[in-house]
Structure formats: structure tokens, C-alpha cells
Design a binder for this molecule. Sequence first.
Ligand code: UDP
Length: 315
Amino acid sequence: MGKKRILITGGAGFLGSHLCDRFIAEDFHVIAMDNLITGSLDNIEHLMGLKHFEYHESDVSKFVHVPGELDYILHFASPASPIDYLKMPIQTLKVGSLGTHNLLGLAKAKSARILVASTSEVYGDPIVHPQNEDYWGNVNPVGPRGVYDEAKRFQEAITMAYHTFHQLETRIIRIFNTYGPRMRLDDGRVLPAFIGQAIRGEDLTIFGDGSQTRSFCYVDDLVEGIFRLLMSDYPYPVNVGNPDEITIKQFADEIIKLTGTNQKVVYKPLPQDDPKQRKPDITRAREILKWEPKYSREEGLKPTYAFFKNKIANL
Ligand code: UDP
């Protein structure tokens, strides 16, 4: 029997490239697709030349062509940090809407199962805490985050419609803040920003008063959750993230301790619509996927810091 074939869009990105690694390790034939607007070939360099790895540079918002059979599709193409989607609002809207439509059409044509990457941003600046999947969210459609939040909300809606109308096998994961090696140093997210600043000897920039909270999940835990959801038979959204919640001020203090740099923090204005609190309720993932995170921040931050140190040393 031939290997199972999987298409991973955004395959050269942070999460996409870790997914390529996982599915190669699971003995799949992996087809990675990316347009490299935020992804980088550095992330998949080590896979190039493997017999069961293919890479295609392509913009899935325009058209997707994949020769041969497909068993699975993972749609992970999208700018995903606030800085990136502020810089590329139209591409963000298109890949979540038109791109998702193209991939659902491809999944239907190939009779493939498709998992789409949604986000905790569908909850907006949440009033319910922690966030469970039945909460509908508090999103400003015309604010700076609207381009990402609404694209992802549309993505969920069209994915459900293909499931109910075409009986397509669909999966929807809502990803909470995730970190690990291969994040971009300049993507503007808090973790690369703080670690980069600490290593360069700069003050750590806290936006607002630092009392806003986030809950950070190590990438290997997330990838395990994605794998389990894809292999499950559950078509409704599932939160995957680490419920260990901290304030951004506490996080800055942890990074200063981790890097041993004795840096100070400076306070900058809070960006518009920045969620005040975020923590996943993972009851559903625990029950349906038998999944929960295994890495503490202390464990996950070690390889992440090593990655960034090495990256900065080689700049
Ligand atoms: N943040 C910060 N300093 C930075 C970058 C981000 O204080 O240099 C804050 C940001 O305002 C937000 C939190 O850290 O409250 C997480 O931001 P990130 O961009 O990583 O992702 P978000 O969870 O907001 O999508």
C-alpha cells in the first residue's frame, strides 16, 4: 500500500513546517505549499530532497492545483501575528476566505479530509473567561484585528457549510498563542520581541500596563493536538492551547530571568482592541482527543531560547 498523501498549506511557516516534520515522521507523503510572504524556506531546508517531501511555491488564494490523490489537507496558510496582518490585511482576508474556499473545493474533488487552522481570535476581546467553544466571541469587524478575526470566522462558517451540505470530512482547530523554534524574530509577537530585546541588550517593551493575560503553548504540544484532531471524527471546533495563564508583565520578568540579562521594562501604548485576557478551556480537547499539554513554560522556553540565540548569533 502506498503512503498516505497530505497537503500542508503554509508549509514553510512556523506551524506548517513543524507539521511537515511530524507527518514525515508518521511516514506520510508530504506536499508543502507556501507563497513565502511570511514563511521561509529555511524552515523546511532539512526536508528538501527527501523522496516523500515535495514543496510548491503557490498562492492558495488564487488557485490550488495538486496532481494525484490526496488523503488529507491541513490549511495553515495565513499571516498570523498582529504585525503581519496589519501589514497585509487584504492577503489575510483572502487566504482565510478565498484560500479556504479553494481548499475545500480541492478536498471535495479529491475526497480528502480537511483540517483548517482557526484561532482564539474568533473570540475577539473575550467577555467569557476562560474561553470555551460555545462562546461566540466579541469581535470588532472594522478594527485592526478584524481582517484576521473575520477571515477566520468566515473560514469556520464555510468549512461547516461544506461539511453539512457536501458531507465533507472537516475539522476545525482553534489555536491559542503558541511558541517554539522557527518563530520569526521580527513577527512582532511578544515572545520573539522580548527574547530579541533581551539578547540585544534593549529594554523589553510592554504594551499597556502589562496586566493583560495570555496562555502560551509549546509547539510540540500543539502539533500533537492537531494530529489527534485530524485523526478523530469530530467536525466541530476544538480549542487547543495551554491553559497556564500569565500576565504580560510576569512574562517579561520570566524572559529577563531566562536570559539572565538584567534588562528593564518600558511601557508603550496598548494597541487598539488588544484582548485583555485569554485562556483556553480545553475540556473538549481532553474529552474528545484525550489531549492536554505536556510542556511547562520552563521546559518549552529552553529550546526556544536556544533557537533565537543561535539565530541572532548568525545574523
Ligand atoms: N506585547 C507586548 N510587547 C511586545 C509585543 C506584544 O507587551 O513587544 C503584548 C501585546 O500587546 C499583547 C500580548 O503581548 O497583549 C501578546 O501579543 P502577541 O502579538 O504575541 O499576540 P496576540 O496574543 O495579541 O495575538
